[in-house]
Structure formats: C-alpha cells, structure tokens
Design a protein around this ligand. Structure first.
Ligand SMILES: Nc1ncnc2c1ncn2[C@@H]1O[C@H](COP(=O)(O)OP(=O)(O)O)[C@@H](O)[C@H]1O
Ligand SMILES: O=C(OP(=O)(O)O)[C@H](O)COP(=O)(O)O
Ligand SMILES: [Mg+2]
Length: 421
C-alpha cells in the first residue's frame, strides 16, 4: 500500500485541542485494528441517494491519518432512527461506494472499502480480524441493535472485541451515551478523540466561551422533544432566541393558538411554557413565527396557503414553513447580531415549496459579515449548502444536538469517556 506524500486533508493544521483527552495523534496506530466511531448519519433522498456528504468528508482527515499510519481501519456509525431493528432504507451500504470515491487519492486502484452486513457477530469479526494494515472496513448501522442506544455493556464489549484502539470522531453523536460512544470505552485500553472531534470542540469552545454580543440562537428542525430542553440554558447566554421550523408550534400552542396538524409535542408544553416565562423574566427577546406556509398534506405537491395572525389554523392543515412576515422579523434580529448559532431548518426545506424560509434565513445569516456565524446539524448543514451561502458561514459544524448541548456547557458523554492524557 503506497500513500502519496502530499495529499490534502490530513495536512490541515488544527489548533491545539482545548481538552485534556488522548488524541489519535498521541497513539501508535501501526498494524493495529482501530475502531473509529464516525457520524455518517447523512440525509438521504427517498430513493436512498446521499443528499449531503459533509459528515463523511469531515471525517476523512481522521480516516486518512489512520491509513497513513498503517492502521487497520474499522468504521462504525448509526444512520437514522431504526429503533433496534434492521431497516433497509437505513442501511449504511450506500455509503461504502461514496466513501471509496472520497478515499480515491489514498487507496490503490483495486482497493475497496469492505462492508460487514452486521456491526457485530461472526462475519464482522472475521472481516475485522483479517484486515491488513491500510485497509478499511465499514460496519452496518449500529442502531439495527437495540443494545446500541441502551448502552448495553455486552454489546459494547462485542464492539470493543473488534479492535485494539478506539477513536471517537462522531462529534454529531457525542451527546449520546450509547454503546459505541460511551460503553465501549470501558472495554478498550485506549480511547482517543479523532481529528474532527478535536476540531469541533476547539472551534466551538473558543467561539462560544465569551461570544460577542448580541448573541442570537436560531432553533428549528424536527427533533423538538430532544432539543426543547436546551432552550432553558440558552436563555442564560443569548440576547435573543429565534424559534422556527417544527420547534415553533409547541410554543404557539402554549400561547393558546391552535396549530392544526402541525408538529406539536404535547408532553413538552410545560417546558415551552417555562421557557417563555423565563425569557420574559430575563428580558431575552423570544421570537416566534407570526405567519406560516400551511399545507394540506406532507408532500411536495401539497396545496399551500399563507396564514397570518394569532387565530386558529384550519384544523386539517399543517405548517411546513415560516411566512414572509416571520422572515422579515427574524432577519432584522439576525442583522444586529455579533454571534449567531443556528440549528434546525425553518421548514421542510427538502421540498422546494417549503424551502423559502430556510433559504431566506440562510441569506440573512450569511449577509451579516460582522458576526461569527455557526451553523450545525446534519440537516441544517445540508440546507446551508443547498442555499448556496455555505462559504459565507464562519463555522459549519457536523453536530446539531451535540453543538447545542456543548454550548449549554454540558459535558458530552462521548468526550468525557475518552482516556485522559
Ligand atoms: N414545520 C416543520 N414540520 C415538520 N418538519 C419540519 C418542519 N420544519 C423543519 N422540519 C424538518 O426538520 C428536519 C431537521 O431537523 P433536525 O434533525 O432537528 O435538524 P438538524 O439535523 O439540522 O440538527 C428536516 O428534515 C426538516 O424537514
Ligand atoms: O443527526 C444527528 O443529530 P442532529 O439532527 O441534531 O444534527 C446525530 O447523528 C444524532 O442523531 P440522533 O439525534 O438520532 O441521536
Ligand atoms: Mg437531523
């Protein structure tokens, strides 16, 4: 196996990491089986095509680093939320060819990336044990086993048995205490951070320790129950919080507005109510959409209407994007900010009929040239690329929920579990 001496991404000089954890750079990888937990949870189209490969590309420096240091590389990841059972549309198999293409400059012409159709068990073990130095194996979706999210020790041990060294490069999943991010570290001798993990933590840490003010957080997307709790903590730091996307309707419900068939987390109404009260008490501007693009179905062919005001939405319609008055309201706040963090699209941007709000907010963030701007999250990153404004964002992060929790000052379990230096 020959590697060119001057290939791109591993030559990137990352700043010294701010954390006292072992780095992949501290380890002797030669001839070792190195299991790298990556976050290849990439957005897929309904026919299985990769819509945005940022999360894969961002992991290349770590993979290439390991290959150049003659490791036997084993990659593992989750994709989507298959709830502990194999789901064909959530297989990582389509990622193999894509990854092979991205690694073209470091692999021999006839060299393939191997794939194990189950992340544990006989087949995975056999392929892993027969890897040669410089070869790469990708394991099937970890979440096809319920034990992964339960952080089951026996499952974590099975994963650990595949390797001699464990590296976590999955910043996007570092807020999860799962078998592949936390449990495994109890069964391996050395657990180290990958280069992407280091880069994300270093960047976020520096940018957000003492953010220039006004500090504006924009929260949207669909993982309402996961992320609504973060707002409580953000209210301690932010000067304004902008809520859009699927996150907005739980709040509008609390304010007494019926929102038809829009996404509402009925068991999170109390949290939303408390956040609204805290914002008022602290004088934090809390912006909710004032108008909406309503649809008769969750479909690109839906019939749409703009709805404004605080009256009840027609009961059979759902809000899938923010409307023009909300865009103006949000853009004015964004224009005054000096630090902006954005996680979660403003609407169902994957469908052109509902992408306008997200694109307009992307434009507003991009045009604030005086602000430090951070956009994070698998889908938000896809959206910012689609909008055409990605190159005007200060930092694009592979983590959504992870960056919000890191920003809150929470210890990320996937980082805490790594070996101290
Ligand atoms: N009003 C809405 N109703 C339903 N889903 C929405 C709405 N607005 C945005 N979404 C969806 O939110 C998803 C992204 O949410 P999330 O995973 O939390 O963001 P990220 O990946 O950036 O962290 C997108 O697939 C988008 O279609
Ligand atoms: O996509 C992810 O997070 P994000 O949607 O907050 O960016 C991560 O892969 C974590 O996935 P999870 O929220 O199903 O644990
Ligand atoms: Mg997402």
């Amino acid at each position: 196996m020959q590697y060119a001496a001057n290939t791109s991404s591993t030559d990137i000089k990352y700043p010294d990491p701010i954390m006292p954890k072992l780095s992949i750079r501290d380890l002797d990888l030669k001839d070792k089986r190195v299991l790298i937990r990556v976050d290849f949870n990439v957005p897929l189209s309904p026919d299985g095509a990769i819509l945005d490969d940022t999360r894969i590309r961002e992991t290349l420096p770590t993979i290439e680093y390991a290959l150049r240091h003659h490791a036997k590389v084993i990659l593992c990841s989750h994709l989507g939320r298959p709830k502990g059972k194999p789901v064909v549309t959530m297989s990582l198999r389509p990622v193999v060819d894509h990854l092979r293409g991205l690694l073209d400059h470091v692999l021999d012409e006839d060299e393939n990336v191997a794939f194990a159709p189950d992340c544990v068990g006989e087949v995975a073990t056999e392929i892993a044990m027969n890897l040669e130095s410089g070869q790469t194996l990708l394991l099937e979706n970890l979440r096809f086993h319920a034990e992964e999210e339960k952080n089951d020790p026996a499952f974590a041990k099975q994963l650990a048995n595949l390797c001699e060294i464990y590296v976590n490069d999955a910043f996007g999943s570092a807020h999860r205490a799962h078998a592949s991010t936390e449990g495994i570290t109890h069964f391996v001798k050395q657990s180290a951070a990958g280069l992407l993990m280091e880069k994300e933590l270093t960047y976020m840490g520096k940018a957000l320790t003492e953010p220039d003010k006004p500090f504006v957080a924009i929260i949207g997307g669909a993982k309402v129950s996961d992320k609504i709790g973060v707002i409580d903590n953000l209210l301690e730091k932010a000067d304004a919080i902008i809520i859009g996307g699927g996150m907005a309707y739980t709040f509008l419900n609390v304010q007494g507005q019926s929102t038809g068939k829009s996404l509402v987390e009925a068991d999170k109404l109390d949290i939303a109510k408390a956040a609204l009260a805290k914002a008022k008490e602290k004088g934090v501007r809390f912006l909710l959409p004032t108008d909406h693009v309503l649809a008769d179905k969750f479909s690109p062919e839906a019939t749409t209407t703009i709805f404004s005001g605080d009256g009840a939405f027609p009961a059979d319609l759902m809000a899938l994007d923010i409307g023009p008055a909300s865009i103006k309201l949000f853009a004015d706040e964004i224009a005054n900010a000096r630090t902006i963090i954005w996680n979660g699209p403003m609407g169902v941007f994957e469908m052109p009929a509902f992408a306008h709000g997200t694109n307009a907010i992307a434009a507003a963030v991009a045009h604030n040239e005086e602000a430090t701007t951070i956009v994070g999250g698998g889908d938000s990153v896809s959206a910012i690329h689609k909008s055409g404004f990605a190159d005007r964002i200060t930092h694009i992060s592979t983590g959504g929920g992870a960056s919000l929790e890191y920003l809150e000052g929470k210890t990320l379990p996937g980082v805490a579990a790594l070996t101290d230096k």
